[in-house]
Design a protein around this ligand. Sequence first.
Ligand SMILES: CC(C)(COP(=O)(O)OP(=O)(O)OC[C@H]1O[C@@H](n2cnc3c(N)ncnc32)[C@H](O)[C@@H]1OP(=O)(O)O)[C@@H](O)C(=O)NCCC(=O)NCCS
Length: 189
Amino acid sequence: MEDLGPVAWPPEPIRTERLVLREPGTQDRVAFIELASSPEVHTYLGGSRPRDEIEREMPEVPERWPGSFVVELDGKMIGHVLLRRATGHRRPAAAGRLDLGYLFLPRAWGHGYAAEACAAALGRLAAVLPDEPVVLTTQTANTPSMRLATKLGFTEVERFEAWDAEQWLGMRPPGRAVQVSRGGELPNH
Ligand SMILES: CC(C)(COP(=O)(O)OP(=O)(O)OC[C@H]1O[C@@H](n2cnc3c(N)ncnc32)[C@H](O)[C@@H]1OP(=O)(O)O)[C@@H](O)C(=O)NCCC(=O)NCCS
């Protein structure tokens, strides 16, 4: 993971009840194009770009960098979980912190996959960097993302205006493992 010191990369795949998290490979290129060009996925992320433009620009192995996890279900990519240093974050409370991001293909929404994958990635991180809080920024209008952030144990630091919308900055304190269930978050200290 970028600037994450002792975190080994590439990672051993992380296996959850239903999913595998692993580093991206050439086999994921089409799914990354789908993810990047989906208007639904980008509703609260500033809008999508034309597919042909994305196809031209997408490298053979997309998004292969420390902290970038492909989420796989039954051997196929369904989403992308990102953990990186928010070095250039515009809010002082988040600058330099570890930052969580998540994007899933619309057909994979509504099954708890994003929660399961993010909890697993945060768990791996916490095992190596137990003292690091994690931040997350999302539009307040992005209800599924706000719900997911809460389930994962993020609480509000502040709201701010950026990119023509109200943004929510959340933080998850260190040393906190969570299991996520349909009913919400089950703290597991
Ligand atoms: C944000 C995003 C990842 C959330 O996806 P999601 O599938 O709603 O999130 P979860 O994994 O938490 O799943 C929750 C839903 O699964 C349902 N679910 C079904 N089976 C479940 C199970 N076995 N376990 C848990 N939840 C389950 C829950 O009831 C819930 O449904 P609801 O929203 O109708 O209440 C998705 O909307 C997305 O990719 N958006 C586009 C990208 C984006 O905006 N990212 C945010 C910027 S960082």
